[in-house]
Design a protein around this ligand. Structure first.
Ligand code: NI
Length: 402
C-alpha cells in the first residue's frame, strides 16, 4: 500500500506544486478566505468528494465515503488563512495581494490536505469508513476551529490528524511529539484604579503606575515560587497604558498580557491565582482593581495511539533518520486543540527548512519553504490514515497526557 500511495503522490506532485503556488500568490486574511475556499471546494469536488462550503463561515468540508461499514470518521485538518505581512521574497509566485502573505505556511497545509484527499479518493475502495477533510479559516486569530466545531464538523469524528510546517526541521523530515505539543494561550487584562494628585505630593494620591509596577513584579516573582517548575506557566504583560502628564500622579493603569500553560490543572488555577495577587497588592495600597481573564485555546495534547500510528507511517515511508521525536513542547498556541475536546488527535511538524541558509522563521516577510515537503506531508498523512483504518477500534485506554 505504501508503494501505491507513493506512486499516486508522485503522479500528482506537479499539480500540487501548482496548487501551492496559486494559493501562495493569492493569500487571504483570517475570516476572509472566500477565493481560497472556492478553489479548495473545486479541487475536492473534482476529486470526487462530497463538498460543503460555508462551514465555519469561510471553511470547507470534503467527505470521502469508504467501502465498508466501519462507523468511525477520521478527520484531517488543514488551515487556509494568511497574515497581514508584506511579502519580501523574490519568488515569482510571491503574494499578489499587498500587505497579505502566506508567511505561516498555511498554503502548504491546504495543499497537503488536498493532496491527501486526492490520494485517498483513489484508494477509497480500501477504506472501510468516512474520511472528513476540514479546511478551516482563521487559525491565526484562533477562531476558525471553534467556528467549524459550532457547525458540527466533529460530529461522529473518532480521530483527527493535523500538521504545521516548521522551518527549523529540514525539508522532508518530520517532527512528532507524544503528549503536549503546544500551550494553552489565555488573555489577561488588569485595570488598576488609584487617585490622581500632584507629582510633588504623592502622599495625597494613590499612584496607579507604581502599584501596577508592584503587580507586575509580584506576578513574575510569585510564578517561580508558587507553581510547580515542571509545569510551566509563562505570563507576559505586553501592553501597559496610563497617566496624563509627567507631574500628575496617574489614577488609572491598564495592563494587558498573555498567559501560557501546558497542564489543564495548572491552567484551571491561574485566574484565581492572578486575581489574588492583584487584589492583595492593590488592597495594600488602597487601589481598586478589575481583572479580566479570558480563556483562549487549550493546549494541543497529542494522543498516544494516534501518534504511534503517525510515527510508524512516517518511519516506514522515509526511514527513522527523517523522523524526529521533538524533545520539548512549544509555548506557542494552535487552535487544533479545539478539535481535541471532541476526539483524540495528533498534530505533527512538517520540516520545510531549505538546504541553503537563510531559513527565515514563520511570520517573517522572507519566509520560504522547501516545496518537496508537500509530498512528504501527503504520503505520511495518507499512509497514516490507511493505517488508522487498518487498526481496530479506538480504545480509551490509549489516552495519553503528559
Ligand atoms: Ni500557522
Amino acid at each position: 500500500m505504501l508503494t501505491q500511495i507513493k506512486n499516486l503522490a508522485s503522479k500528482i506532485a506537479p499539480r500540487l506544486i501548482e496548487i501551492r503556488r496559486h494559493l501562495h500568490s493569492h493569500p487571504e486574511l483570517s475570516g476572509e478566505e472566500y477565493q481560497t475556499a472556492a478553489f479548495v471546494a473545486g479541487v475536492l469536488s473534482s476529486s470526487g468528494l462530497h463538498v460543503v462550503e460555508g462551514v465555519g463561515k469561510t471553511g470547507v468540508v470534503g467527505e470521502l465515503v469508504g467501502n465498508g461499514d466501519d462507523k468511525r470518521v477520521l478527520a484531517i485538518r488543514a488551515d487556509m488563512d494568511a497574515l497581514p505581512i508584506q511579502e519580501r521574497t523574490q519568488l515569482d509566485f510571491a503574494s499578489r495581494i499587498p500587505g497579505v502573505m502566506h508567511a505561516c505556511g498555511h498554503d502548504v497545509h491546504t495543499t497537503v490536505g488536498l493532496g491527501v484527499a486526492m490520494v485517498l479518493a483513489d484508494l477509497a475502495g480500501n477504506l472501510p469508513g468516512k474520511t472528513r477533510f476540514l479546511f478551516q479559516p482563521a487559525e491565526e486569530i484562533a477562531q476558525g476551529a471553534s467556528w467549524m466545531v459550532k457547525d458540527g464538523v466533529m460530529e461522529d469524528v473518532s480521530a483527527i490528524f493535523g500538521l504545521h510546517v516548521f522551518p527549523s526541521i529540514p525539508g522532508g523530515s518530520i517532527g512528532l511529539r507524544y503528549g503536549a505539543l503546544t500551550a494553552a494561550a489565555d488573555e489577561l487584562e488588569i485595570k488598576i484604579f488609584g487617585e490622581s494628585g500632584h507629582g510633588a505630593r504623592p502622599h495625597e494620591a494613590i499612584d496607579a503606575i507604581w502599584i501596577a509596577s508592584q503587580v507586575i513584579t509580584t506576578l513574575q516573582q510569585a510564578i517561580s515560587r508558587t507553581h510547580n517548575p515542571l509545569r510551566p506557566v509563562v505570563l507576559s504583560i505586553g501592553q501597559i497604558q496610563g497617566g496624563r502628564a509627567p507631574n500628575i500622579i496617574a489614577d488609572q493603569v491598564e495592563l494587558r498580557g498573555t498567559v501560557r500553560s501546558l497542564h489543564r490543572e495548572t491552567r484551571a488555577q491561574l485566574p484565581k491565582w492572578i486575581e489574588t495577587i492583584v487584589a492583595n497588592t492593590c488592597n495594600s495600597y488602597g487601589a481598586k482593581y478589575q481583572v479580566d481573564y479570558r480563556q483562549g485555546v487549550p493546549s494541543v495534547q497529542n494522543d498516544y495511539n494516534l501518534t504511534q500510528i503517525l510515527q510508524a507511517a512516517a518511519e516506514e515511508a522515509w526511514g527513522s533518520d527523517r523522523v524526529q521525536i521533538l524533545p520539548e513542547p512549544s509555548l506557542g498556541a494552535e487552535d487544533f486543540s479545539v478539535y481535541l475536546d471532541y476526539a483524540p488527535g495528533t498534530m505533527f511538524r512538517l520540516g520545510v527548512g531549505l538546504a541553503q541558509a537563510p531559513n527565515h522563521p514563520l511570520h517573517h516577510p522572507q519566509f520560504e519553504v522547501d516545496e518537496s515537503a508537500i509530498i512528504t506531508g501527503v504520503v505520511t498523512l495518507a499512509y497514516a490514515a490507511y493505517k488508522y483504518w487498518q487498526q481496530g477500534l479506538y480504545s480509551e485506554d490509549n489516552l495519553y497526557q503528559i
